[in-house]
Write a protein that binds this ligand. Structure first.
Ligand code: C5P
Length: 233
């Protein structure tokens, strides 16, 4: 169907930024607003998909008409994403997942005291959820292999350098599509517009998309629909 290219498909989308607690009142977080993930969920829903939306911390509400699971930490997001991915035709990892979390979470608020040394925070690695999704890759009801889409927020001084680095990341992670953002604190995060390049593991030419996050999402969802409906494994 031209209007509903994702009719009958289930799409899992993760969005927002994880928060990794240090104590009952503090956390390590990031600048993700969740806007791109919400726009993707709307685009997928409008294309006819059943959307499973795994939301970490967001500055905007989740969209109507999608099934929402709320999470806070990377470990919680991992559990929710692996479960939602089961039976999904597509998984889009647009969440900004913390690569590290504090090794210990204090039960009580960490106090400032004059008689002790300045505190040191030890971090441990979080699992790479995208990589795990690729390892456990399964499919939707249709029996076709699952399409897995990663995001890469790269800071770099040149677009060419960013793309070469992202291409290596696509191959390393083994996802089917990688949506590459060139970010800085003044760009992308919290903004209503975005500019991305979609890289494909099947070797298709990099595709640029820019505009509002809604327009970028429509381009990403069209590309996903195309891959699902026209590209054989
Ligand atoms: O390696 P990098 O963090 O740049 O990869 C970004 C992609 O990997 C995003 O799709 C993000 O959602 C995902 N990711 C993940 N688990 C992590 C870190 C990132 O799935 N621990």
């Amino acid at each position: 169907d031209y209007q509903m290219p994702l009719a009958g498909r289930t799409v899992t989308i993760t969005a927002g930024g994880t928060r990794e607690p240090l104590d009952p009142v503090r956390f390590l977080g990031n600048r993700s607003s969740g806007k791109q993930g919400v726009a993707l969920a709307v685009a997928a829903r409008n294309a006819g998909a059943t959307v499973r939306f795994v939301a970490a911390h967001m500055e905007v509400p989740p969209p109507a008409g999608v099934e929402v699971v709320r999470v806070e930490t990377a470990l919680q997001l991992r559990e929710a994403a692996l479960e939602a991915a089961n039976g999904s035709d597509v998984v889009i990892m647009s969440a900004a997942v913390a690569d590290f979390r504090p090794a210990e979470i204090s039960d009580t608020k960490i106090k400032k005291r004059d008689d002790t040394a300045d505190p040191v925070i030890t971090l441990v690695r979080n699992p790479d959820i995208l990589q795990e999704l690729v390892e456990q890759r399964n499919g939707g009801a249709g029996g076709a292999p699952q399409l897995i889409v990663g995001f890469a927020a790269e800071t770099g001084d040149s677009q060419g350098g960013v793309l070469a680095y992202a291409e290596a990341k696509l191959q390393r992670k083994g996802c089917d599509l990688l949506v590459v953002n060139h970010v800085g604190t003044d760009k992308v995060f919290g903004q209503d517009s975005n500019s991305v390049v979609i890289l494909s593991r099947s070797g298709a030419e990099p595709q640029e998309a820019s505009g509002t996050k809604t327009e970028v999402s429509d381009a990403i969802i069209s590309r996903i629909s195309f891959e699902l409906n026209h590209v054989s494994p």
